[in-house]
Design a protein. Structure first.
Length: 231
């Protein structure tokens, strides 16, 4: 998706406030536009806040107990449906739809993947990493904890981040919009990447500068582990 497609989709989407309500009522209530589970006066109601709240207000005197769960407010895009994703996705990851996630990828706790991003096969997105809108990450990469790949939905003219295969990005590194990181490159922890990185180069610093070309010792220290990618 290009930026304008995403902008159009968000602008035209019906904004939703998904809600779950646990109810104990004197008599069963009817919710025409929500799903109801339970029997008698004990119910769990799932739907949009705008459809549930008027019913509860109209029957407030019949309600004994009421407990709401609301995960977002006026959200334009849903979270990714994970049922058919052939990857390991740990609790607390937030993945907006549409996003592409390759087979065998790992998305760790607290990672955020925004709309339009692509994650390659067997790539690990570590804890708290942020993959911005439309960012592209290749196969067998490791995006370290707290790292940020800048998103480029706004401004729409900006180019997306591209990370080729077998790249290692250290914890808390930042890659700004439009940057292209070549295959096999290593970005040191905490680096701020403002220029393209050639394949198999190690860069570090703020802003990131070339330290050396990747050698056998560096490759061994930064290798990924296939066993972690089994699902």
């Amino acid at each position: 998706m290009d930026a304008q497609e995403i902008i159009t989709q968000i602008a035209g989407a019906e904004k939703k406030t998904p809600a779950k309500v646990y109810l104990k009522c004197r008599t069963p209530l009817t919710f025409p536009h929500a799903k109801v589970f339970g029997c008698g006066g004990d119910m769990i109601v799932i739907g949009d806040y705008a459809d549930i709240e008027p019913v509860l207000t109209a029957h407030r005197e019949e309600i004994i107990e009421c407990e709401w769960e609301i995960s977002c407010r006026n959200s334009a895009l849903p979270l990714l449906d994970l049922k058919d994703v052939m990857a390991r996705i740990e609790p607390g990851a937030i993945i907006r739809s549409p996003v592409q996630i390759g087979t065998g990828a790992i998305i760790m706790m607290g990672a955020i993947i925004n709309v339009g991003a692509k994650i390659g096969e067997e790539t690990m997105i570590d804890m708290g990493a942020v993959i911005g809108g439309r960012a592209i990450v290749g196969k067998r990469c490791h995006i370290g904890a707290g790292a940020v790949l800048a998103g480029v939905i706004e401004p729409p003219s900006a180019e997306s981040v591209i990370v080729e295969d077998d790249v290692m990005i250290g914890a808390n590194a930042v890659v700004i919009e439009g940057i292209h990181i070549g295959r096999g490159a290593i970005i040191a922890a905490g680096a701020i990447v403002i220029d393209d990185v050639a394949p198999n180069m190690l860069v570090a610093g703020m802003p990131a500068k070339i330290v050396k070309k990747k050698d056998a010792h560096t490759a061994e220290k930064t290798m990924t582990v296939a066993a972690l990618r089994q699902i």
